[in-house]
Design a protein around this ligand. Structure first.
Ligand code: PMP
Length: 459
C-alpha cells in the first residue's frame, strides 16, 4: 500500500472551516442521534423539534432501517441504471404506486427535493410536446412558496431573497398569491376565501393565455416559506377543476408533506385530491439517505416514453442503497403505525400550541396538519400586524430554544406580508412526554423573547 501524504487527512475541530454553507455562526458538532434526540460533541442532548428540516420523520438511528441498509451495502451500493435494474428501486416504485392516487403509477427517482421538482416540470413539458402543444411553457406557482434551489425549481419558487440574485438568469415563472386566508380581515366565509384564492389561478391562466400554460405547482400544506399554510378546504377541488378546464397539469410538491408527515401518506388525501404529478423527498429518505421521487400519471408518462423517452436523468437515480433505505422507512411507518401517531400527537401538539396564545398575545396564528405545525408571531393579533423586521424575532426565538436544547425551524415570510413563523415538527415517533418537553422549553423561550422585545405576557 502507498503511504498517505503526511498532512492530507490532518484535521482539527478548531481549525477554520472550509465549508461555507453555514450561516448565522458555527454550530456544535453532531455526535450521535437516536429517536427524537441528538447529542452534540459536548454531550448536550437536543430535542429535534423540527426533524432537521422536516426530514427525520421516523426519528434517528432506527435499527431496522440501518440493518436494511447494511444488508443492501453488503450486496451492492451502486448499479448504473442503464446497465442494471435493481430490486430495491423496483420494489420502492411499486410501493409508491400503491400509495398514490389511482392512475399515478409511474415513478422516477432523484436524490433530493429540488431534483424531484425539476423532474416534474420537465416531464410536464415533454408531455405537452408529445401532444403537440408546443406553446405550453408557463408553470404557474404561488407567492410565497419554496420548491428548491436548482434553476428550474427556483423559477417556480416565490421567495424574494432566494430569487433576486438570479433574476437575470432564471426565467421567473408567473405567480399567484398563496392562500393566506388567515390574514384576510373581510367578513367572507372560509369557503368563499378558499374559492377566491383558487380563482386567482383561473385569472392568471386567462391572462397568460391558456394555450401557453403548462402546469400549476403548489405545496398542499406550505412548508418553509409560508409556515405550514393550510388553504381553506374549498381551495383544493377548485384548483383541480380549474386545471382540468384548461388542460393544465397539476403538480403537488409533497417534498415536505409526503410520506406521512401530515398524518396521511400524501397530504393530497386530506382533500381527496388526485394531482397529475407528485414530488417527494425529505421523509422518503428520512435522513438516512438522499432520496427523492416523482410519481406521475401513467397516461402522462406513456406518450413521453413513446415520443423518444424522458430527456432527463440523474446518475444516482434509483440508487439501490437509497431505495433500500426508502423501502425500510415506509415499512417502519406501517409497522409502527406512525401515521396514526402523527395524527394523534399532531392534534395534541396543535392544541397545546393553541393554548399558548392565552399567555402570549403576540402569537397571531397556529396552523398546520399532522406534525407539520407552525405558529406565527405578530405585534397585533387583531390586525395581524407583523413584528418589525429588525426585532429579528425569527432568529432570536430559534436561538433561545436552541439554548434550551430544543430545535425548531423559523423563517421571515415574504410576498406582500412579512411575518415571523416557526415550524414545530418533531419526528412522527414523538410521544406525549416529548410534547410536554417541547412545550416547556418553548414556553421558556417565548418568555425570554417577550422580555427581550418587551412584548406583553398574560399571567
Ligand atoms: N420543495 C419543498 C416543498 C421543500 O420544502 C424543499 C426543501 N425545503 C424542496 C422542494 C427542495 O428540496 P431539497 O432541499 O432536498 O432540494
Amino acid at each position: 500500500m502507498n503511504a498517505i501524504p503526511a498532512e492530507l487527512f490532518d484535521w482539527s475541530q478548531n481549525a477554520p472551516s472550509h465549508l461555507f454553507y453555514q450561516t448565522g455562526g458555527r454550530r456544535p458538532f453532531i455526535e450521535r442521534a437516536e429517536g427524537v434526540y441528538i447529542w452534540d460533541a459536548q454531550g448536550r442532548r437536543f430535542l429535534d423539534g423540527s426533524s432537521g428540516a422536516m426530514v427525520s420523520n421516523i426519528g434517528h438511528g432506527n435499527k431496522r432501517v440501518l440493518d436494511a441498509m447494511r444488508d443492501q451495502m453488503n450486496a451492492t451500493t451502486f448499479g448504473y441504471r442503464l446497465h442494471f435494474e435493481n430490486e430495491p428501486a423496483e420494489r420502492l416504485a411499486s410501493v409508491l404506486s400503491k400509495l398514490s392516487p389511482q392512475g399515478l403509477d409511474r415513478v422516477f427517482f432523484a436524490s433530493g427535493g429540488s431534483e424531484a421538482v425539476e423532474s416534474c416540470i420537465k416531464l410536464a413539458r415533454q408531455y405537452a410536446l408529445a401532444k403537440g402543444e408546443t406553446k405550453r411553457t408557463e408553470v404557474i406557482s404561488r407567492f410565497p412558496s419554496y420548491h428548491g434551489s436548482t434553476f428550474g425549481a427556483l423559477a417556480v419558487t416565490g421567495y424574494g431573497p432566494l430569487n433576486d440574485p438570479f433574476a437575470p438568469m432564471v426565467r421567473e415563472m408567473p405567480k399567484i398569491p398563496a392562500p393566506r386566508a388567515y390574514l384576510d380581515r373581510d367578513n367572507s366565509s372560509d369557503e368563499a376565501r378558499g374559492l377566491r384564492y383558487a380563482d386567482m389561478l383561473r385569472g392568471k391562466i386567462e391572462e397568460l393565455g391558456p394555450e401557453n400554460v403548462l402546469a400549476f405547482i403548489m405545496e398542499p400544506v406550505g412548508g418553509a416559506s409560508t409556515g405550514a399554510l393550510v388553504a381553506p378546504d374549498s381551495y383544493y377541488q377548485r384548483v383541480r377543476d380549474i386545471c382540468d378546464d384548461y388542460g393544465v397539469l397539476l403538480i403537488y410538491d409533497e417534498v415536505m408533506t409526503g410520506v406521512g408527515r401530515t398524518g396521511t401518506f400524501l397530504a393530497a388525501e386530506h382533500w381527496g385530491q388526485s394531482p397529475d404529478i407528485i414530488a417527494l423527498s425529505k421523509g422518503l429518505g428520512a435522513g438516512y439517505v438522499p432520496l427523492g421521487a416523482m410519481i406521475a400519471r401513467r397516461d402522462i408518462v406513456d406518450p413521453v416514453v413513446a415520443n423518444g423517452g424522458f430527456m432527463h436523468g440523474y446518475t444516482y437515480a434509483g440508487n439501490p442503497l437509497a431505495c433500500a433505505a426508502g423501502l425500510a422507512v415506509i415499512r417502519e411507518i406501517y409497522e409502527q403505525d406512525l401515521m396514526a401517531n402523527t395524527a394523534r400527537i399532531g392534534a395534541l401538539l396543535k392544541s397545546r400550541l393553541d393554548n399558548l396564545t392565552a399567555r402570549f398575545p403576540f402569537i397571531g396564528d397556529v396552523r398546520g396538519k399532522g406534525l407539520l405545525l407552525a405558529f406565527e408571531l405578530v405585534a397585533n393579533r387583531e390586525t395581524m400586524t407583523p413584528l418589525p423586521k429588525d426585532a429579528n424575532a425569527f432568529a432570536k426565538l430559534v436561538e433561545y430554544a436552541y439554548e434550551e436544547q430544543l430545535i425548531i425551524y423559523s423563517r421571515r415570510t415574504h410576498g406582500g406580508y412579512e411575518g415571523d413563523h416557526f415550524l414545530v415538527c418533531p419526528p412522527m415517533i414523538a410521544t406525549e412526554s416529548h410534547v410536554d418537553e417541547i412545550m416547556e422549553k418553548l414556553t421558556k423561550s417565548l418568555d425570554r423573547l417577550a422580555g427581550e422585545l418587551k412584548l406583553p405576557v398574560n399571567g
